[in-house]
Design a protein around this ligand. Structure first.
Ligand code: CUK
Ligand code: CUA
Length: 628
């Protein structure tokens, strides 16, 4: 087997990875240099030696006042949020509520976010699994995160200027969205896989005819978040990833048996990976070749569809071993890796062959035997793949080109394995899903922690383990080095990491970015609209509200608009009204609106929830509700 890309020699001269980053060198180039730095990213000599006498591991501890090198965005699973971490310290920086209401950020409490959640189905929770950073030219552009809701068939968008969810779509004709990805190299589409097969429309028809249930692949517009079209397929869809050329999108699939019980779902030896030819599907939609269901153009992509006859099928069905789970495309866009939960192999799909091979099976150009329960694969940009082994509780590192050269079922391409604790699901390397992996850190998102932490009762934290992958040592682990355990609240599924220079969060709000009135101190006022409706406008700053008090009548519907008029970063104010479920969080220059009914006469002390100044406790106002 050829050595695909030998490790480059040391930079020398005390140049560190951080220096290279600061110099603005292509991040992709840095991956090739990983493992050679004699000093760590902080310029200190490393305090963690590999136990095999190999290369140094840079310090993963970030000293007080210093910043991490990378952002990490974790899905929160059935907590419904996204968590933001610094890497390598793994310190949690913030959480972004998405499908969950979150009082700390006032999310779901002001009219704007409350209405967004209501219009997206008004569910009280969601199950976020796959966060995706938007890309331009195959590189993270720092604009958005798109993430799925497995529980209720939705996709949400997080605006990375404000680190706030700004759109949620409840997708018609699907019950559960599992796989979610963006089109690469540019985010022209967002794709969503429906996992559970149902009749469509699911309105009571065919409930007892499982053979009529279907699964669809959905395309969304990333800007308008409109559902553009869907493709109906045989079998059910699981995980999805795009090629790097804007043509093929690969969706793994299990239960091609179309069973409804586990014995039926796992009967066959193969399930078909679906490869969607996106431009070809778009052409059919543009030509009106679809059936409209629930307002969405649905194209027939089943095996028996006329669109799949002949030389240019819109969906290619590629047989892969037994109930595969992951599909992850290599940084160079050459291959898609599909791993079977019930097979010890990873199938390597040659993406170029998707458009040329007569027999779909010929697109599988390698099938290394990696270990038991392979789930997810990630990349270091040096020609290596890393696959999580759920059953073996290991991460395996293997050589991609060697696996293409080797016989199918060979273990030869394996470079090393490392134990993780325990049962990894997703693993993710920094920028491993983009065209520019950095090749230094990998996180194994382990489902079980068992004995690794102080016990906290019967629901255990997961264990996210940080592994250094910058060394290509010829040893048992292939140079992988476990450096830290981190307990995490249930239950992240996937994560995505980007260099800090790619994300540019705002420090304060820009009033051009919202529609609500910017309320100044002078313009703070009460306006009676009619007998039962009042509008209240108040500015907010340290340590006072623009109105010392305001009076409404029992039974009034009150719309309160409040602006934090401070320009100073990190001076956030709250606006809470006891017994009215009112809870606004106002960042500097932000305006929020809340509507509620003042249905009990009395005096209500409005107070600030964020500790903002020495007179924070005195920062108050009164709402007086007069008896009618
Ligand atoms: S999934 Cu959970 S371990 Cu929803 Cu990507 Cu594979
Ligand atoms: Cu404003 Cu506390």
């Amino acid at each position: 087997a050829p050595d695909p890309e030998p490790t480059l020699p040391s930079l020398g001269g005390g140049v560190t990875r951080r220096d290279v980053m600061k110099a603005g060198a292509a991040v992709g180039a840095v991956g090739g240099l990983a493992g050679c730095a004699g000093t760590n990213s902080l310029g200190n000599s490393s305090d963690t030696e590999t136990d095999n006498g190999g290369g140094d591991v840079p310090d993963h501890k970030v000293p007080p006042g210093e910043h991490d090198e990378y952002y990490g965005f974790w899905s929160g699973g059935h907590a419904g949020d996204i968590r933001v971490y610094g890497i390598p310290s793994m310190r949690q920086l913030t959480r972004i509520p998405v499908f969950n209401r979150e009082p700390a950020k006032g999310y779901g409490f002001d009219d704007g976010t409350d209405q967004m959640l209501e219009e997206a189905g008004d569910y009280t929770w969601g199950d976020s699994h796959h966060p995706n950073l938007s890309e331009t030219d195959g590189k993270y552009d720092g604009e958005y995160i798109f993430v799925n809701d497995k529980a209720n068939g939705r996709v949400a968008r997080v605006n990375l200027t404000y680190f706030e969810t700004d759109a949620i779509v409840d997708i018609p004709n699907v019950q559960s969205v599992h796989g979610c990805c963006i089109q690469s190299p540019d985010t022209d589409y967002v794709f969503a896989n429906s996992e559970f097969r149902t009749p469509i429309p699911n309105d009571g028809r065919d409930v007892n005819n499982p053979e009529e249930y279907v699964s669809v692949f959905t395309a969304l517009d990333p800007e308008s978040m409109d559902v553009l079209w869907q493709v109906e397929v045989d079998g059910q869809l699981d995980i999805v990833d795009s090629d790097k050329d804007g043509r093929w999108v690969l969706a793994s699939s299990y239960n091609d048996e179309e069973g409804v019980e586990i014995e039926e779902m796992t009967k066959n030896d193969r399930d078909d990976l679906k490869a969607f030819d996106v431009p070809a599907i778009q052409e059919l939609v543009d030509a009106g070749e679809y059936e409209e269901i629930n307002g969405v153009p649905v194209v027939d992509g089943t095996k028996s569809s006329p669109h799949n006859e002949g030389d240019n099928p819109i969906v290619r069905y590629i047989p892969t071993p037994k109930s595969p789970h992951c599909v992850e495309v290599t940084p160079d866009g050459k291959y898609g890796m599909v791993a079977g939960k019930l097979s010890p192999t990873v199938s390597i799909v040659d993406i170029e062959k998707l458009g040329t091979a007569d027999d779909p099976a010929d697109t599988i150009v390698g099938q290394p035997k990696v270990g038991l329960g392979p789930l997810h694969t990630t990349y270091d940009g040096r020609g290596h793949a890393y696959t999580s082994l759920f059953i073996d509780s290991q991460v395996v590192k293997w050589d991609i080109e060697a696996a293409v050269e080797a016989e199918k079922g060979s273990e030869e391409p394996i470079l090393g394995k490392i134990d993780v604790h325990y049962n990894p699901g997703h693993i993710q390397a920094v920028q491993g899903m983009s065209t520019e992996p950095t090749g230094d850190w990998l996180v194994a998102l382990n489902k079980l922690s068992k004995d690794r932490f102080l016990p906290v009762g019967p629901i255990y934290p997961d264990n996210d383990q940080l592994i250094y992958i910058g060394n290509d040592e010829d040893n048992e682990t292939g140079g992988m080095e476990l450096v830290a355990d981190h307990p995490v609240y249930p239950e992240p599924h996937d994560a995505i990491f980007a260099h800090k220079d790619k994300i540019e969060p705002a420090k304060t709000w820009n009033k051009e970015d919202y529609d609500e009135e910017y309320v100044t101190q002078e313009n703070s006022r009460v306006e009676r609209v009619d007998d039962s409706t009042v509008e209240v406008y108040a500015s907010v700053k340290r340590s006072e509200y623009g109105l010392r008090d305001f009076t409404v009548q029992e039974g009034d519907e009150v719309t309160l608009t409040a602006t934090n008029i401070e320009g100073t970063q990190d001076i956030v104010h709250g606006l809470a009204i006891p017994e009215h479920d009112v809870n606004l969080a106002l960042a500097p220059q932000d305006t929020r609106q809340v509507t509620f009914t003042a249905d009990e006469p009395g005096v209500y002390w409005i107070y600030c929830t964020y500790f903002c100044s020495a007179l924070h406790l005195e920062m108050r106002s009164r709402m007086i509700v007069e008896p009618s």
